[in-house]
Design a protein. Structure first.
Lengths: 393, 393
């Protein structure tokens, strides 16, 4: 099943998982979420991967039929795994970590019963920890996504026509993005967020609070999905914030740019946008391996406060509690750049920074970029114009 | 919070839930999934709705800020709900049903602890049961989706240009669909399926098995999402099956049509497509309230078998185990039209039928339509050309 070329890469990931397991005294992991299967097996299938410290990982596959390769064992149901493990390994582990923050309660209970006698542990921190430090291969995939993400945004000025609404712009950007290879799939850990392609908000809609844990809101087009574009017609002087997903490789970059029809006259909005650029610059000076991520958050807040922009920072009516987040297979990986985060920067982390402002009467301003943590600082992988981009000439 | 116009409609839904609760001796439901909140509150929010048999539902809201209306209580965390319930109702229920097939294990355990002393039950069958019988309002929303879904498909012949790939067609159909108001969001119950916009499969790709529980496969463009279009260039005589989602209203229709570049020469494929049309016609004669859905499945299988098409029915290398499924807020609601289903047709059910075939060397054939169960039969709500549609002239 596993691409031979990918085997050395996957071995690195298994080793990272094993070293996390050792720290938590966990003997084996049994994983089934698409995100963790893609990470550990290089592809999504219906079934489970079993990783322990001594043996090659085992693949217990329900679907699709016809996968070939070492260590693949077809099963009908999860109850088949334990007897197969006994047979294949000659013994059973004393504990197994499963995805307690992904499996539903009923899925977990069924699996727990199928593994009676073996203690169940939680695999979340092991996998989120391992996945937070990207391999060179993964960074390559993220850079490819970043390049394409920026290329897509470069087409936005050409899309705009007078009288367009925010969702009409979104639709055309989505199309271009798909033509550049965006898979569309927007993977999110947990249930705190939902979106289709990401978010485009124009003018006052930026201040409409949403139920989701995104940095910006927007009321959406339907109460079944109350976030993002709401049909606002773009008018001169109003900002248009484009924050669409960049899943071109299975690995997602996150990137926001602000556009304005004709030109932005509002000084507060201009100042706030420049403050966002300054925050990113200052964070680039501070950030390197060993720095606690909460210091990045504190730096951003202090710059915004010193500029007299506190009221507008990270939302006006409703504020987001973070300024950035890890990205990778999912949009909300570790580290979380928030005041109470205990995460420490390490080389190989990849995260998005989105110091944004909502200016009443104008809209949202501020950029978002995706960065890789290098040995001596940050590298931006969503390289594109940082200023507000004027459209509609 | 609740739209006043929607109040009588929501009251109907609450009553349906209450009658299901009564049958299972459940005193209250506490729901938090987007699908069930949209169903019971008319909108998505972060928080919980509490429904018991005696009182008006209570809304415990975490986000967004600023929701106004009766019975809205802002909470910081789920632990705030139980004390608030005591205070508001004067007593606590002896049991509460929660979404044990949606909440993660850890979410469930946390909620269970916060409700110590109150027995937890599973709300799945109550909600899936209530939601399977649509109200007139919901049927109206589904009909609106069906009309738009068909209108989108009518544009497909105009999209095609020589040399196009399956994913290029998909991108253009997605755009048109979004312009007709498709919200994009593709809501699925459980984790057995993942997709972006739905599936477009051309030629031999139809026989590539996928890990997901869709009727048809396709290998996809990336191992992180192995389903649907895979970049196949469309050639004369090859079929193109378009099965994209129709969420124009928060309620999704499901609809498949088959296209062929120039014309279809393969007699087996033509015969199989006609058999699909015949199966739908025969099921329309049989289906009405009181009929067990498994009889629909059996009828479909017997028609396919009698036509000598057994090997190709519902897949060739890998077969799907159903021929249809309920639709609504999610794409996989009740009833499931499968051999071991115990569901009985009732007026107000809405389901999709997709008797499909995979013909090696040609591709997939067969239609999918969405039907409403009326008192005396079925009404199709995705009205569109049923024959294979020739494109590329």
């Amino acid at each position: 099943m596993i691409d031979k070329d990918l085997y050395p890469e996957l071995t690195k990931r298994w080793e990272k998982i094993r070293s996390q397991m050792k720290r938590e005294n966990i003997k084996a992991c049994l994983l089934t979420s698409s995100a963790n299967l893609f990470y550990t097996a290089g592809r999504v299938f219906k079934g489970y991967i079993y990783i322990d410290s001594e043996n090659e990982p085992l693949f217990f596959v329900q679907r699709p039929i016809g996968l070939n390769g070492d260590n693949i064992h077809y099963i009908k149901k999860q109850e088949d795994i334990k007897p197969l493990l006994s047979e294949l390994l000659g013994s059973l582990p004393e504990n197994v970590a499963v995805e307690a923050d992904f499996l539903t309660y009923n899925e977990y209970k069924r699996l727990e019963k199928a593994f009676e006698g073996i203690e169940f542990k939680n695999a979340t921190s092991i996998l989120r920890g391992a996945r937070s430090i990207k391999t060179d291969y993964e960074i390559g995939k993220l850079k490819e996504s970043g390049l394409k993400h920026a290329a897509v945004y470069s087409h936005i000025p050409g899309i705009y026509e007078e009288g367009m609404t925010d969702d009409e712009v979104s639709i055309e950007v989505e199309r271009i993005s798909r033509k550049f290879g965006n898979l569309g799939m927007f993977r999110i850990f947990g249930s705190s967020m939902e979106t289709f392609a990401g978010s485009v908000v124009a003018g006052e809609n930026a201040d409409n609070p949403s139920p989701y844990d995104f940095a910006m809101g927007g009321s959406g087009l339907n109460p079944s999905l109350p976030v993002g574009a709401n049909g606002t017609i773009l008018r001169p002087g109003m900002t248009l914030m484009v924050d669409l997903g960049g899943n071109f490789t299975g690995y997602m970059t996150d990137m926001t740019r602000v556009f304005v029809v004709k030109s932005l006259e509002n000084d507060l909005a201009k100042r706030a946008h420049n403050c966002s650029i300054e925050i990113e610059k200052e964070i680039m000076k501070l950030a390197k391996p060993g720095v606690p991520v909460k210091e990045l958050y504190e730096l951003a807040v202090s710059i915004a406060n010193n500029a007299g922009l506190k009221d507008y920072f990270m939302g006006y009516s409703q504020k987001a509690g973070f300024i950035g987040h890890g990205v990778g297979i999912e949009i909300n990986e570790l580290p979380v750049i928030a005041p109470r985060s205990r995460d420490i920067l390490e080389a190989g982390m990849v995260f998005a920074l989105e110091p944004k402002f909502v200016i009443p009467g104008v809209g949202a301003v501020g950029n978002e970029n995706t960065f890789v943590v290098l040995e001596n600082g940050l590298e931006v992988i969503t390289v594109f114009e940082e200023d507000i981009i004027e459209i509609g000439f």
